[in-house]
Design a protein around this ligand. Sequence first.
Ligand code: NAD
Length: 507
Amino acid sequence: MQELANTQPAPHNYEEQHLMSKMTVAGVQIDTRHFIGGQRVASTETFPDHSPVDGSLLGHISSGGDAEVDAAVTAARAAFPAWSATPPAQRAAILHRIADLVEERLEDLAIVETMDNGALLRSHRRGVMPRVAHNFRFFADYLINDLHHEPFETRGHTNVVSWDPSGVCALITPWNAPLMLATWKIAPALASGDTVILKPAEWTPLTASLLCDIVAEAGLPDGVFNVVQGYGENAGAALVAHPGISRISFTGSVPTAVLVAKAAAANLTPCSFELGGKSPTIIFDDADIDLAVELAAEQYDNAGQVCLAGTRLLVQEGVAEEFLQKFEARVSRIKQGDPRDEATDMGPNIHPEHVARVDGFVQRARAAGGTIVFGGHRVSDDNLFYEPTLIMPATAGDEIVCEEVFGPVLTMQTFATDGDAIAMANGTRFGLAACIAVGDRNRAERITSQLVAGTIWVNCFFVRDLRAPFGGSRKSGVGREGGTWSFDFYSDVKNTVFSPNGWKEGA
Ligand code: NAD
């Protein structure tokens, strides 16, 4: 991600600096400083935060680097012994209190997230922020009720598996679903007994700051949860290179993950990577075509800024014409506009630079001989809205078929046989997800068993259960999170072997 604009030094006058430490967005007051050891800490450098809703400047945020990261690691390490020794039931109770407060402040969180990343307010109210609360409740309850491995015997010896806290977790998150993706990592790390440092994306720093207020009010001890704001190449790079970190969980793009992996290698810090995708939506000739059209239209959700989106429509030849006719009619009803309006289906993209990047993909696909079936233009002069776009690529190897656009741009290709569909679906370097529309169960099972993907949805999309493993194959990720898989990553998993021998009488 590139810097937005001039990094501005913060004012030196104390009073001015104090005033600058707060900003108000849609009536909600937000602290613009880091949160380290339970204290708000300002940096001398700041970065500007703009709203994609109208391009306005929301405020300036403290911009951290080596010193702030070092302070956060020191605070998180100091808090680790007490938090890791806190009984699981007590840890879970605090996580539930955090969830209660997220629910109490749901409206504030929803509107601030919308102003910061441009996603629909109605989605934040009804889907995303309830999921943020659920992230905390789920991992709290899982810790108490489900985190268990049956002891097993080896020649009369008993193996007992346990999950021990590992230390300080560095969590790095993107801008497309800021608080939901951050809490999906924060909650299991805290439940595991680890302490946490979050580095939110620089395009969407605000709800992480509100979460700091919430965790403090919930009674989470100082230093257990810390936030260092700033650019990836400064705060992010310093954090992942720090030798005091025990785990790195990163969600973002493949090129950044490569940099993170290099930095982590120097300390052999274990990493979990949740990365990009170029997932297929496959429509077979026995599918319910109306359902298939709805599933395909869902791939434009969040203006296409969804890692799991099935952006390659692969349609069987016999139904391609009918599908395309209905799909075009369906997409023409998508209402673009202000994401705060309940009637809006698609809001802006995150940033003019990102829209330019999206448009670059479309123009290169056109130049390569691709057919723009519909869309293909910016909607507004402010360069924040892009039309829902469908492209028939010139060849299967085109950039538009192989690379993640992360905007409202789908491609459509046709196939003849199930074998062709599988080969095309598996034909990129990614393997995050797949969505298929099909009428026959046996056919569905045959096909899903051959697809390379971390998650497959059959005749549905985006049904998520936090017990399920979540992650990507190939370049879409390393490792899985969710349920026990999250605890496996954030913990030091231990096996203790008890002998039948050597016990004192009666002990
Ligand atoms: P990005 O890789 O540019 O940035 C992600 C985060 O990494 C940001 O917080 C950024 O500041 C930080 N960062 C940048 N350089 C860094 C460095 N050198 N060291 C440490 N941190 C650094 O990604 P983005 O543009 O914010 O997000 C979009 C990408 O995220 C897409 O590829 C999308 O598919 C992916 N994504 C994946 C999932 C998933 O669960 N698999 C979910 C959402 C988004």
